[in-house]
Design a protein around this ligand. Sequence first.
Ligand code: DO4
Ligand code: MG
Length: 285
Amino acid sequence: MKLCRFKDDIGTARLGLVTDDLQVIDLTPAGVGQMSALLEDESLPDRIQKLKSDKLPRFRLSEVQLCAPVERQEVWAAGVTYLRSKKARMEESDFSATAYDRVYEAERPELFFKSLPEKVTGPDEPVGIREDARWSVPEPELALVLNSKGKVAGYTIGNDMSSRDIEGENLLYLPQAKVYERSCAVGPWIVVGASEAEAREWTIEIKIRRGNETVFSGETSVGQIKRRFEELAAFLFRSQRFPHGAVLLTGTGVVPPDSFTLQERDEVEIAVSGIGILRNVVVEV
Ligand code: DO4
Ligand code: MG
């Protein structure tokens, strides 16, 4: 079951259900205006099933403009949750190698703030590379959609855009390497009703196109994430409240070779097998 946000004729965001035959059912006439309220519902899959059978307006998915499926949730990210990420980061910087090595093994995970909801880039909107960075990469990640109790209410796709030269120069520059204009893309929708065991079977694929050429492609599996989703969520909710819930990116397991950097107009396509595809074009910011 896929929940989306889409724009109506006057640009107001509405809530929709994406069906298997690629239609969007508008949930607004059924009185469902807020996605975060829906995500609080313990019996969400049943509720969605009922809404599906109501006589509600339908649109073709190809005719609607999707928005990021994030309303008032802060976006956070976990790091160094895959062995591949730990290895790449240790190679990137002698200075920080011990920190990455330690955090991979430690009980407490690396968690960092990534984006305010209003700054999140949605499907088909541009993602940014910093003008003062020389080495920019996308990070394709499974994103957990957490309700206000810290429970996983659904899953979506995240792109944790990163400036690896800035991060590698000094670990204290991490917020600048990770948080800047258009550095966080989320979408295309939220999948509800999948268990962690099911999600761990999904694959994450990335393709980067430059003109007609694919300049990088890579793949990993959600099952490679070292930590349980519950564990990541519990650490995020320690000594902190999220009244509107939160979105938590779970880290990257696909790292392009060190010779690769993104350029303006590159198209980044991230596909998660149980979710769909998040596509964004790169701009310099
Ligand atoms: O500490 C660096 C960031 C790690 C990260 O974003 C990841 O592993 O995905
Ligand atoms: Mg990341």
